[in-house]
Ligand binder design. Structure first.
Ligand SMILES: *[C@@H]1O[C@H](CO)[C@@H](O)[C@H](O)[C@H]1NC(C)=O
Ligand SMILES: *[C@@H]1O[C@H](CO)[C@@H](O)[C@H](O)[C@H]1NC(C)=O
Ligand SMILES: *[C@@H]1O[C@H](CO)[C@@H](O)[C@H](O)[C@H]1NC(C)=O
Length: 263
Protein backbone atom coordinates (compact mmCIF):
# COMPACT_ATOMS: atom_id res chain seq x y z
CA UNK A 1 0.00 0.00 0.00
CA UNK A 2 1.29 3.43 -0.91
CA UNK A 3 0.28 6.77 0.51
CA UNK A 4 0.56 10.09 -1.13
CA UNK A 5 0.20 13.53 0.32
CA UNK A 6 0.76 16.49 -1.89
CA UNK A 7 3.67 15.52 -4.13
CA UNK A 8 5.24 13.19 -1.63
CA UNK A 9 4.91 9.48 -1.97
CA UNK A 10 5.21 7.56 1.23
CA UNK A 11 5.21 3.86 1.83
CA UNK A 12 3.28 2.47 4.71
CA UNK A 13 3.48 -0.88 6.37
CA UNK A 14 0.25 -1.92 8.03
CA UNK A 15 -1.32 1.03 9.85
CA UNK A 16 1.59 3.30 10.68
CA UNK A 17 2.66 5.99 8.33
CA UNK A 18 5.97 7.82 8.27
CA UNK A 19 5.37 11.50 7.88
CA UNK A 20 7.93 13.95 6.53
CA UNK A 21 9.41 16.05 9.28
CA UNK A 22 8.34 19.23 7.59
CA UNK A 23 4.69 18.16 7.62
CA UNK A 24 3.07 21.10 9.35
CA UNK A 25 -0.33 19.63 9.84
CA UNK A 26 -1.78 18.26 13.01
CA UNK A 27 -4.50 16.67 11.06
CA UNK A 28 -4.13 15.77 7.48
CA UNK A 29 -6.11 14.04 4.83
CA UNK A 30 -4.28 11.36 2.96
CA UNK A 31 -5.26 9.72 -0.23
CA UNK A 32 -4.11 6.13 -0.34
CA UNK A 33 -3.15 4.42 -3.54
CA UNK A 34 -3.49 0.67 -3.46
CA UNK A 35 -2.00 -1.32 -6.31
CA UNK A 36 -2.02 1.58 -8.73
CA UNK A 37 -5.66 2.37 -8.01
CA UNK A 38 -6.39 5.77 -6.58
CA UNK A 39 -8.98 5.17 -3.96
CA UNK A 40 -11.41 7.89 -3.24
CA UNK A 41 -10.97 7.24 0.40
CA UNK A 42 -9.64 9.90 2.71
CA UNK A 43 -8.03 9.01 5.95
CA UNK A 44 -7.48 11.64 8.59
CA UNK A 45 -4.76 11.22 11.14
CA UNK A 46 -4.13 13.26 14.23
CA UNK A 47 -0.68 13.69 15.61
CA UNK A 48 -0.92 12.55 19.20
CA UNK A 49 2.29 14.20 20.12
CA UNK A 50 2.86 17.40 18.14
CA UNK A 51 6.56 17.29 19.01
CA UNK A 52 7.00 13.89 17.50
CA UNK A 53 7.05 14.58 13.82
CA UNK A 54 8.42 11.27 12.70
CA UNK A 55 5.32 9.18 13.05
CA UNK A 56 1.59 9.44 13.35
CA UNK A 57 -0.94 7.25 15.00
CA UNK A 58 -4.41 6.97 13.60
CA UNK A 59 -6.02 8.60 16.62
CA UNK A 60 -8.93 9.30 14.44
CA UNK A 61 -9.50 7.65 11.15
CA UNK A 62 -12.30 8.90 9.01
CA UNK A 63 -13.03 6.89 5.92
CA UNK A 64 -15.13 8.68 3.40
CA UNK A 65 -16.33 6.50 0.60
CA UNK A 66 -17.22 8.55 -2.39
CA UNK A 67 -19.63 6.61 -4.56
CA UNK A 68 -18.12 3.23 -3.97
CA UNK A 69 -19.52 0.67 -6.31
CA UNK A 70 -19.24 -3.09 -6.59
CA UNK A 71 -17.85 -4.30 -9.97
CA UNK A 72 -20.19 -3.57 -12.87
CA UNK A 73 -19.78 -5.40 -16.15
CA UNK A 74 -18.80 -3.14 -19.03
CA UNK A 75 -17.50 -5.33 -21.80
CA UNK A 76 -16.91 -9.00 -21.26
CA UNK A 77 -16.46 -11.74 -23.87
CA UNK A 78 -18.93 -14.60 -23.45
CA UNK A 79 -18.23 -16.76 -26.49
CA UNK A 80 -14.96 -16.55 -28.32
CA UNK A 81 -14.26 -18.55 -31.43
CA UNK A 82 -10.52 -18.97 -31.93
CA UNK A 83 -8.45 -20.68 -34.58
CA UNK A 84 -6.14 -23.41 -33.35
CA UNK A 85 -2.50 -22.28 -33.61
CA UNK A 86 -3.35 -18.60 -33.57
CA UNK A 87 -3.67 -16.14 -30.72
CA UNK A 88 -6.89 -14.87 -29.26
CA UNK A 89 -7.90 -12.24 -26.73
CA UNK A 90 -10.52 -12.58 -24.03
CA UNK A 91 -11.94 -9.34 -22.65
CA UNK A 92 -13.07 -8.65 -19.13
CA UNK A 93 -13.76 -4.96 -18.62
CA UNK A 94 -15.47 -3.95 -15.42
CA UNK A 95 -16.28 -0.63 -13.89
CA UNK A 96 -16.53 -0.01 -10.17
CA UNK A 97 -15.07 2.09 -7.43
CA UNK A 98 -12.44 1.28 -6.34
CA UNK A 99 -11.45 0.05 -9.80
CA UNK A 100 -11.85 -3.71 -9.67
CA UNK A 101 -8.92 -6.05 -9.84
CA UNK A 102 -9.34 -8.78 -12.48
CA UNK A 103 -8.24 -12.37 -11.95
CA UNK A 104 -8.22 -15.07 -14.61
CA UNK A 105 -8.57 -18.83 -14.57
CA UNK A 106 -8.08 -21.20 -17.48
CA UNK A 107 -10.21 -24.20 -18.46
CA UNK A 108 -8.55 -26.39 -15.85
CA UNK A 109 -9.31 -23.76 -13.17
CA UNK A 110 -5.68 -22.73 -12.75
CA UNK A 111 -5.25 -19.15 -11.77
CA UNK A 112 -3.22 -17.32 -14.39
CA UNK A 113 -0.77 -15.30 -12.34
CA UNK A 114 1.19 -13.47 -14.97
CA UNK A 115 2.74 -13.83 -18.34
CA UNK A 116 4.03 -17.29 -19.18
CA UNK A 117 4.47 -19.43 -22.26
CA UNK A 118 0.71 -19.85 -22.70
CA UNK A 119 -0.77 -16.53 -21.64
CA UNK A 120 -0.14 -12.83 -21.43
CA UNK A 121 -2.11 -10.49 -19.22
CA UNK A 122 -2.75 -7.12 -20.81
CA UNK A 123 -4.38 -3.84 -20.04
CA UNK A 124 -4.04 -4.08 -16.23
CA UNK A 125 -5.59 -7.52 -16.26
CA UNK A 126 -8.60 -6.67 -18.35
CA UNK A 127 -7.48 -8.76 -21.30
CA UNK A 128 -6.09 -12.24 -21.47
CA UNK A 129 -4.08 -13.15 -24.53
CA UNK A 130 -3.97 -16.86 -25.28
CA UNK A 131 -0.77 -17.06 -27.30
CA UNK A 132 -1.29 -20.20 -29.38
CA UNK A 133 -4.77 -21.62 -29.07
CA UNK A 134 -4.69 -25.37 -28.66
CA UNK A 135 -7.49 -27.90 -28.84
CA UNK A 136 -7.32 -28.30 -25.05
CA UNK A 137 -8.08 -24.60 -24.55
CA UNK A 138 -11.66 -25.26 -25.53
CA UNK A 139 -13.90 -24.77 -22.52
CA UNK A 140 -14.74 -22.19 -19.91
CA UNK A 141 -12.20 -19.56 -18.92
CA UNK A 142 -13.21 -17.45 -15.93
CA UNK A 143 -12.55 -13.88 -15.02
CA UNK A 144 -13.27 -12.49 -11.59
CA UNK A 145 -13.65 -8.78 -10.96
CA UNK A 146 -13.14 -7.87 -7.36
CA UNK A 147 -13.02 -4.73 -5.24
CA UNK A 148 -13.78 -3.78 -1.63
CA UNK A 149 -17.47 -3.77 -2.39
CA UNK A 150 -17.83 -7.19 -3.92
CA UNK A 151 -16.85 -9.61 -6.63
CA UNK A 152 -18.36 -11.06 -9.79
CA UNK A 153 -17.24 -14.06 -11.78
CA UNK A 154 -17.96 -14.54 -15.46
CA UNK A 155 -17.45 -17.62 -17.60
CA UNK A 156 -16.06 -17.07 -21.06
CA UNK A 157 -16.51 -19.94 -23.48
CA UNK A 158 -13.64 -20.51 -25.83
CA UNK A 159 -14.37 -22.52 -28.94
CA UNK A 160 -11.07 -23.74 -30.39
CA UNK A 161 -11.76 -24.48 -34.00
CA UNK A 162 -9.90 -24.79 -37.28
CA UNK A 163 -10.26 -25.48 -40.96
CA UNK A 164 -9.74 -29.20 -41.73
CA UNK A 165 -6.07 -30.08 -41.32
CA UNK A 166 -3.92 -32.59 -43.17
CA UNK A 167 -3.58 -36.05 -41.65
CA UNK A 168 -0.65 -38.30 -42.51
CA UNK A 169 -1.50 -41.01 -45.06
CA UNK A 170 -5.07 -39.72 -45.40
CA UNK A 171 -4.48 -37.03 -47.97
CA UNK A 172 -3.96 -36.97 -51.69
CA UNK A 173 -0.37 -37.32 -52.85
CA UNK A 174 1.43 -38.36 -55.97
CA UNK A 175 1.28 -42.13 -56.37
CA UNK A 176 2.96 -44.48 -58.78
CA UNK A 177 1.28 -47.82 -59.41
CA UNK A 178 1.87 -50.64 -61.89
CA UNK A 179 -0.50 -51.24 -64.76
CA UNK A 180 -3.47 -53.50 -63.86
CA UNK A 181 -3.06 -52.96 -60.13
CA UNK A 182 -5.68 -51.35 -57.86
CA UNK A 183 -5.32 -48.10 -55.97
CA UNK A 184 -7.16 -46.14 -53.30
CA UNK A 185 -6.93 -42.35 -53.22
CA UNK A 186 -7.64 -40.73 -49.88
CA UNK A 187 -9.18 -37.40 -49.07
CA UNK A 188 -9.56 -36.97 -45.32
CA UNK A 189 -8.75 -34.04 -43.10
CA UNK A 190 -9.07 -33.62 -39.41
CA UNK A 191 -11.44 -30.93 -38.18
CA UNK A 192 -11.26 -29.70 -34.58
CA UNK A 193 -12.39 -32.03 -31.82
CA UNK A 194 -16.10 -32.71 -31.89
CA UNK A 195 -16.63 -30.95 -35.20
CA UNK A 196 -17.33 -32.33 -38.62
CA UNK A 197 -16.26 -31.37 -42.10
CA UNK A 198 -18.37 -31.29 -45.24
CA UNK A 199 -18.30 -34.16 -47.74
CA UNK A 200 -15.11 -33.90 -49.82
CA UNK A 201 -15.38 -32.56 -53.35
CA UNK A 202 -13.25 -34.39 -55.93
CA UNK A 203 -11.70 -33.19 -59.19
CA UNK A 204 -9.94 -35.02 -62.00
CA UNK A 205 -7.77 -32.98 -64.34
CA UNK A 206 -9.57 -29.89 -63.06
CA UNK A 207 -13.13 -31.11 -63.67
CA UNK A 208 -15.55 -32.10 -60.90
CA UNK A 209 -15.61 -35.82 -60.36
CA UNK A 210 -18.91 -37.09 -59.05
CA UNK A 211 -20.70 -40.40 -58.77
CA UNK A 212 -22.59 -39.53 -61.94
CA UNK A 213 -19.56 -38.81 -64.14
CA UNK A 214 -16.98 -41.40 -63.10
CA UNK A 215 -14.81 -42.24 -66.14
CA UNK A 216 -15.54 -45.96 -65.83
CA UNK A 217 -18.08 -46.91 -63.14
CA UNK A 218 -17.10 -50.56 -63.35
CA UNK A 219 -13.60 -49.68 -62.11
CA UNK A 220 -14.07 -46.35 -60.23
CA UNK A 221 -15.92 -46.32 -56.94
CA UNK A 222 -16.26 -43.76 -54.13
CA UNK A 223 -16.54 -44.90 -50.53
CA UNK A 224 -19.96 -44.02 -49.06
CA UNK A 225 -18.55 -40.95 -47.27
CA UNK A 226 -16.52 -39.84 -50.33
CA UNK A 227 -13.25 -39.86 -48.38
CA UNK A 228 -11.83 -42.57 -50.66
CA UNK A 229 -11.79 -43.26 -54.36
CA UNK A 230 -11.02 -46.84 -55.34
CA UNK A 231 -9.78 -47.56 -58.85
CA UNK A 232 -9.45 -51.15 -59.97
CA UNK A 233 -7.36 -52.63 -62.74
CA UNK A 234 -5.37 -49.50 -63.54
CA UNK A 235 -4.85 -48.69 -67.12
CA UNK A 236 -2.01 -46.43 -68.23
CA UNK A 237 -3.96 -44.77 -71.02
CA UNK A 238 -7.13 -43.88 -69.14
CA UNK A 239 -6.18 -43.45 -65.51
CA UNK A 240 -3.03 -41.30 -65.42
CA UNK A 241 -4.39 -37.97 -64.21
CA UNK A 242 -4.24 -35.16 -61.67
CA UNK A 243 -6.63 -35.69 -58.81
CA UNK A 244 -7.66 -32.98 -56.44
CA UNK A 245 -10.01 -32.74 -53.54
CA UNK A 246 -11.39 -30.09 -51.25
CA UNK A 247 -12.65 -30.61 -47.71
CA UNK A 248 -14.27 -27.63 -46.08
CA UNK A 249 -16.02 -26.57 -42.93
CA UNK A 250 -17.29 -23.23 -41.63
CA UNK A 251 -13.72 -22.10 -40.86
CA UNK A 252 -12.05 -22.77 -44.19
CA UNK A 253 -10.92 -25.57 -46.40
CA UNK A 254 -8.14 -28.04 -47.11
CA UNK A 255 -7.28 -28.44 -50.78
CA UNK A 256 -5.06 -31.31 -51.79
CA UNK A 257 -3.74 -32.59 -55.04
CA UNK A 258 -1.75 -35.48 -56.34
CA UNK A 259 -0.82 -37.15 -59.57
CA UNK A 260 -1.57 -40.78 -60.32
CA UNK A 261 1.16 -42.39 -62.42
CA UNK A 262 0.63 -45.79 -63.92
CA UNK A 263 3.75 -47.58 -65.15
C1 LIG B 1 -3.86 -23.95 -17.16
O1 LIG B 1 -2.79 -23.18 -16.66
C2 LIG B 1 -1.78 -23.94 -15.99
C3 LIG B 1 -0.79 -22.95 -15.42
O2 LIG B 1 -0.34 -22.06 -16.41
C4 LIG B 1 -1.16 -24.91 -16.98
O3 LIG B 1 -0.20 -25.72 -16.34
C5 LIG B 1 -2.25 -25.81 -17.56
O4 LIG B 1 -1.69 -26.64 -18.57
C6 LIG B 1 -3.34 -24.96 -18.18
N1 LIG B 1 -4.43 -25.81 -18.60
C7 LIG B 1 -4.74 -25.98 -19.88
C8 LIG B 1 -5.87 -26.88 -20.18
O5 LIG B 1 -4.15 -25.40 -20.77
C1 LIG C 1 -17.31 -24.13 -32.44
O1 LIG C 1 -17.32 -23.52 -33.72
C2 LIG C 1 -17.51 -24.45 -34.79
C3 LIG C 1 -17.33 -23.70 -36.09
O2 LIG C 1 -18.21 -22.63 -36.21
C4 LIG C 1 -18.88 -25.11 -34.68
O3 LIG C 1 -19.04 -26.06 -35.70
C5 LIG C 1 -18.96 -25.81 -33.33
O4 LIG C 1 -20.23 -26.36 -33.14
C6 LIG C 1 -18.64 -24.83 -32.19
N1 LIG C 1 -18.54 -25.61 -30.97
C7 LIG C 1 -19.24 -25.32 -29.90
C8 LIG C 1 -19.04 -26.24 -28.75
O5 LIG C 1 -19.99 -24.36 -29.85
C1 LIG D 1 -13.14 -25.43 -51.38
O1 LIG D 1 -14.49 -25.44 -50.99
C2 LIG D 1 -14.91 -24.29 -50.29
C3 LIG D 1 -16.34 -24.52 -49.81
O2 LIG D 1 -17.16 -24.89 -50.88
C4 LIG D 1 -14.77 -23.08 -51.18
O3 LIG D 1 -15.14 -21.92 -50.48
C5 LIG D 1 -13.33 -22.95 -51.64
O4 LIG D 1 -13.18 -21.89 -52.54
C6 LIG D 1 -12.89 -24.25 -52.31
N1 LIG D 1 -11.46 -24.13 -52.61
C7 LIG D 1 -10.96 -24.40 -53.80
C8 LIG D 1 -9.49 -24.16 -53.98
O5 LIG D 1 -11.65 -24.82 -54.71
Amino acid sequence: MQWSVAALLLVIASASLAVPTDDPARSTFYKPTVYRHHFDILLRFDLTDPTDRTSVHPAECTVLFSETLAPVEQYVSREVKATIGQETILDCFFGGNPIPEILWQNVSNHEIRGDDSLYEIRNYGRQLLVKHVREEDEGEFKCTAKNLMGETQIEIRLNATAPPRRVAYKGLTTLTRPDHSDVTLHCSGSPARGERAETPLWYRNGGRLEKANLPDPSRYKFSPDFTQLHIKDLNKKEDMACFQCNISNSEGYLFMDGYLRVI
